[in-house]
Design a binder for this molecule. Structure first.
Ligand SMILES: C[S@@+](CC[C@H](N)C(=O)[O-])C[C@H]1O[C@@H](n2cnc3c(N)ncnc32)[C@H](O)[C@@H]1O
Length: 328
């Protein structure tokens, strides 16, 4: 639901300026300096109007809580709540979850809260879900080892999908429930949650702990292709993908006609400059395997190379055209 524009937003923000962090990147690696006695740093993504933010900061005065929200009209309400409660261990960033690694250093965050994020129900919107692998990879970059994501949602389909998605990115699930409040209210509720609870709607919750230091690489070809598309076709609309990629023979390498990339000798040179010992190779009809010591020129034509994080890819078509690009 789109929020109505708040009157006097600037004046209201200024009245809570003690709580706002206007340049979060400048605190990267030193957030604890805001609250030196804090035991842990917790981050809430998409805090909305902040019922949970204020309640959680109040309940845990020994934790520094940073709330990120991309809609200032909602965030100002959350800031006012914290100010009115006189809290000193909570701060707000008017920003986007996609920028988390710009705000926080590796391992700086002990816990991440994702509460009632937008479900983006259509399959071609999956990449926008805050529990999508692209976001999980960002969370991996800022959470400490063993750090946790605490996820709640009213959306049963999003929850079921997330339970499949999350473990593929090196997180171990626990405390999984599809009816958190079955025996009565548990924990601090968010604004959305309080409404759903009143309406008798079940609330899903799980905890996901970062356990695997190395990102697992999928072995299933379907998953590899879908991760490849998520990483390298992000900027291309579903309509364009349908017309130009899938309808044109179905080769993934058609993506390179639609986004910036290096081609030919430039692509080969870009590859030659990388350490590819931990790269993977796949063919569109399978298999998927670690590249290991296989020299690239010895590979049969029409293959793709990709690193474990899907941060770069190299493709050679069956007519020996070469392409290289980085994620995004
Ligand atoms: C459905 S509301 C839930 C608000 C609150 N968590 C609650 O449960 O009451 C989702 C909130 O997440 C915010 N949001 C969505 N995507 C975001 C992103 N990428 N970065 C930061 N905030 C985001 C939206 O602006 C919105 O306020």
């Amino acid at each position: 639901m789109r929020m109505r524009k708040k009157k006097n937003l600037t004046a209201r923000m200024e009245a809570c300026s003690r709580y706002g962090i206007s340049d979060p990147a400048s605190l990267r690696g030193s957030w604890r300096s805001l609250c030196p006695q804090a035991r842990e740093v917790h981050v809430e993504v998409g805090c909305g109007k902040g019922r949970f933010t204020a309640g959680t900061a109040q309940a845990h005065p020994d934790v520094l809580l940073i709330a990120i929200e991309k809609v200032p009209d909602a965030m100002v309400v959350a800031m006012e709540r914290c100010r009115d409660a006189g809290l000193t261990n909570v701060f707000f960033v008017d920003g986007d979850a996609a920028a988390l690694p710009d705000y926080f250093a590796p391992g700086e965050v002990d816990r991440l809260y994702i509460n009632f994020c937008d479900p983006w129900p259509k399959s071609n919107q999956a990449r926008r879900r805050l529990t999508h692998g692209n976001f999980l990879q960002l969370y991996r970059r800022i959470l400490k080892s063993g750090g946790e994501i605490h996820f709640k949602t009213d959306n049963d389909k999003l929850f079921a999908w997330s339970l499949e998605e999350i473990p593929q990115f090196g997180f171990a699930l626990s405390e999984v429930t599809t009816d958190l409040h079955a025996q009565g209210p548990v924990g601090v509720m968010t604004d959305y949650e309080a409404k759903f609870y009143q309406d008798g709607k079940n609330i899903n919750r799980c905890v996901a702990a970062l356990t695997e230091a190395v990102l697992p690489f999928p072995t299933d070809l379907h998953r590899v292709k879908s991760r490849w598309m998520d990483a390298f076709a992000l900027s291309i609309s579903p309509e364009e993908l349908g017309r130009q990629v899938f309808a044109a023979g179905g080769h993934l390498w058609n993506v390179f006609q639609l986004r910036p990339c290096l081609a030919g000798e430039d692509a080969r040179q870009a590859l030659a400059q990388l350490d590819i010992s931990d790269a993977f190779v796949f063919w569109e009809d399978g298999p998927v395997q670690p590249l290991g010591d296989t020299p690239v020129p010895d590979l049969a034509e029409g293959f793709y190379l990709v690193d474990r994080d899907f941060s770069w890819t190299y493709a050679q078509t069956d007519s020996r055209h070469a392409f290289f690009c980085r994620r995004g």
